[in-house]
Design a binder for this molecule. Structure first.
Ligand code: AKG
Ligand code: FE2
Length: 467
């Protein structure tokens, strides 16, 4: 087929799931991309070497574009404005206690709410409505206290949320239409921590990420570590903790693994918000204009980021080069090229408007240079092997169908799709991938025979492919 289409999506597969997937797919020793590509070229009657040359060049260009990608997190220290302080209040109502918790926390009055200043927390009253985190010690191995935050007309004050929203829009989601929804309050005492995790999207279709706001309560330790790929960013809120009127925040994409190191002293109090994609950009109305004080985001002191993205628009010469390579491929009749996205997406969240960070930049570029794009779920099979001092790492990408997804997500009667499993040369455009350099050692794999369970699969899909 002539012409080009770009696709996306994928499915996260741990190496173990990958092994089993290969078995399901009935793959033997001939499943590296070069073999598949050669076969495809033969069928199409086109020259494999030429295709290979253009794909190699496309990979190089795509990776340089990826290197200039955008940040996966942002954070800053800020101060409540004088005139906001009297409005910056937090209303807390205790969560429903379970029978077991009732015994442990019998002095908590479920019917009572507490009002406290966001700018100067009254910890005694906050704690009086707290109950243990619902997910308990087993999962998080933490002892967080977690009251619900009801959403009422005036809480928290729009000015405060508006400042957060502006910062998120400007520094994380690059103007995408998003809103913030208060989620919960976490209180960590001495020794409390939160193991590495990804936040569960309450609304997978619109969930983009999380904002953590650290409220003024003095503590030590408790660093927030956020990672994406091989980059890890630390947000150390301890230094400015406990300063009345000062709040600190960090915002990150929902597929980022994050953790809280143990608090060594004091109490660390955080308010979390979910960043949700909205369908339309809502213009602030006249009333909003009155409430919102002109914001000076420049006053926010940003945390230095671990890997400063070069960001900005993709340079013209790279745009041209990419276009030339893709045109060459389509000119000789090569039908598809797949690009692996850098972020992970939920199945329903993988839509052009919901693309994160560098993925959005890359997608916009491809669209700009006139390629039709398609978001396509794929299965990424990753393998690390070590034999006789020789290490190899292979990554293969397979088409992935709705039927596969339903099976892996436990839909009744769904079966793994044994048909349609084309292999496509996919290209990683960021730091991750080197598809063109992979070796074909899959055939000799003799690892443990492993039957994956549906439960082993995560909510997120490892984003993938363009075609
Ligand atoms: O307290 C924090 O800094 C983050 C809390 C968190 O990750 C969560 O509640 O899921
Ligand atoms: Fe979290």
């Amino acid at each position: 087929m002539k012409g080009n289409q770009l696709g996306w999506v994928a499915f996260e597969s741990s190496p173990e799931v990958g092994d089993a997937a290969k078995r399901w797919l009935g793959l033997d020793g001939s499943c590296d991309w070069k073999t598949a590509c050669k076969k495809q070229c033969k069928e199409l009657g086109i020259n494999f070497k030429t295709v290979r040359h253009h794909l190699a060049r496309t990979t190089e260009i795509a990776q340089s574009i990826g290197d200039g990608g955008t940040a996966f997190c942002y954070g800053a220290v800020h101060r409540f404005q004088e005139h906001d302080i009297k409005h910056a209040l937090l209303l807390l109502r205790p969560v429903k206690l379970t029978a077991a918790n009732k015994e442990k926390f019998n002095d908590i009055d479920e019917g009572r709410s507490v009002l406290t200043s966001l700018a100067d927390l009254n910890m005694d009253s906050v704690l009086s409505v707290c109950s243990p985190a619902p997910y308990g010690d087993l999962l998080t191995e933490s002892t967080k206290l977690d009251p619900t935050i009801p959403r009422e007309e005036t809480f928290p004050q729009p000015v405060f949320e508006h400042q957060l929203l502006q910062a998120v829009k400007k520094h994380l989601v690059h103007g995408q239409a998003v809103r913030l929804v208060p989620y919960k309050l976490n209180i960590y005492g001495e020794g409390d921590f939160f193991k590495p995790h990804k936040d569960t999207p309450v609304n997978p279709q619109h969930f983009i990420g999380t904002v953590v706001v650290c409220l003024p309560s003095k503590f030590s330790g408790g660093e927030l570590l956020v990672s994406h790929g091989s980059t890890c960013q630390t947000f150390d809120f301890a230094e400015h903790s406990g300063k009345p009127g000062v709040y600190q925040f960090a915002a990150f994409y929902g597929d980022c693994l994050h953790e809280i190191k143990p608090v060594t002293e004091g109490r660390r109090v955080t308010l979390t918000y979910h960043i949700l994609r909205t369908e339309t950009i809502s213009e602030p109305d006249a009333n909003d204009q009155k409430i919102y004080w002109p914001l000076d985001l420049g006053q926010m002191r940003a945390f230095p980021l671990a890997r400063l993205p070069k960001g900005g628009p993709v340079p013209q010469h790279l745009q041209k080069a990419l276009k030339a390579q893709l045109s060459a491929l389509s000119g000789i009749g090569y039908p598809y090229v797949g690009f692996i996205l850098q972020h992970e997406y939920t199945r329903s969240g993988l839509v052009p408007e919901g693309l994160k960070g560098g993925d959005k930049v890359f997608f916009d570029l491809l669209r700009e240079i006139g390629w039709s794009l398609r978001l396509l779920p794929v299965l990424v099979v990753e393998e690390q092997r070590q034999s006789e001092g020789y290490q190899s790492h292979t990554q293969d990408v397979f088409s992935f169908t709705k039927q596969d997804f339903e099976f892996l997500n436990g839909k009744e009667d769904a079966e793994f799709d044994h048909g349609y499993k084309d292999e496509i040369p996919f290209i990683w455009y960021g730091e991750e991938g080197k598809v063109l350099e992979q070796d074909s050692t899959l055939g000799c794999y003799e690892g443990n025979y492993y039957e994956p369970t549906r439960e082993a699969l995560s909510t997120y899909s490892l984003a993938s492919s363009l075609i």
